[in-house]
Design a protein around this ligand. Structure first.
Ligand SMILES: Cc1cc2nc3c(=O)[nH]c(=O)nc-3n(C[C@H](O)[C@H](O)[C@H](O)COP(=O)(O)OP(=O)(O)OC[C@H]3O[C@@H](n4cnc5c(N)ncnc54)[C@H](O)[C@@H]3O)c2cc1C
Length: 108
């Protein structure tokens, strides 16, 4: 059994520390983008920290045509409100892209 120290930081107050006894500590929350994304999906460009690069028009499209991303993995903002707003904007970007593809197919 080991002892670990959990430090909780809050922007408005001093950090608090708590000691807990544990055999193992498993990190089970996402904190940075998975390196698996660019490794397994060709044509996806990321920045130096692994965040997916996306376009403004159509909103959310990655460097791979027709593949979109939003939320934490692309924009780093890390709040639910930002992720929800981004999801709506990405949905609009996807709709624009589909309309554009259909139009191009229609005109040959
Ligand atoms: C511990 C913790 C506490 C937080 N507290 C707050 C808070 O109090 N208030 C707040 O506003 N924000 C908080 N956040 C941040 C908030 O959770 C995120 O900003 C938000 O969830 C981002 O939403 P998202 O849709 O971008 O990503 P996520 O919510 O991470 O969703 C991504 C989804 O994609 C899935 N996924 C990943 N890889 C694959 C794959 N290869 N195939 C299929 N699916 C895949 C994941 O399983 C996940 O369900 C907290 C985050 C953490 C980690």
């Amino acid at each position: 059994m080991k002892e670990i120290v959990i430090e909780t930081k809050n922007a408005d107050s001093e950090p608090t520390r708590r000691r807990v006894e544990a055999d193992k500590v498993l990190m089970a929350v996402g904190a940075v983008p998975s390196t698996r994304i660019p490794r397994t999906t060709s044509g996806i460009e990321v920045d130096e920290k692994g965040y997916l690069l996306t376009r403004d028009v159509p909103y959310g499209m990655t460097s791979r045509k027709g593949v979109f991303a939003g939320g934490d993995v692309a924009n780093r903002q890390a709040t639910v409100v930002h992720a929800m707003r981004d999801a709506k904007m990405v949905a609009e970007g996807i709709a624009q892209y589909i309309d554009a593809v259909k139009l191009m197919e229609m005109i040959g």
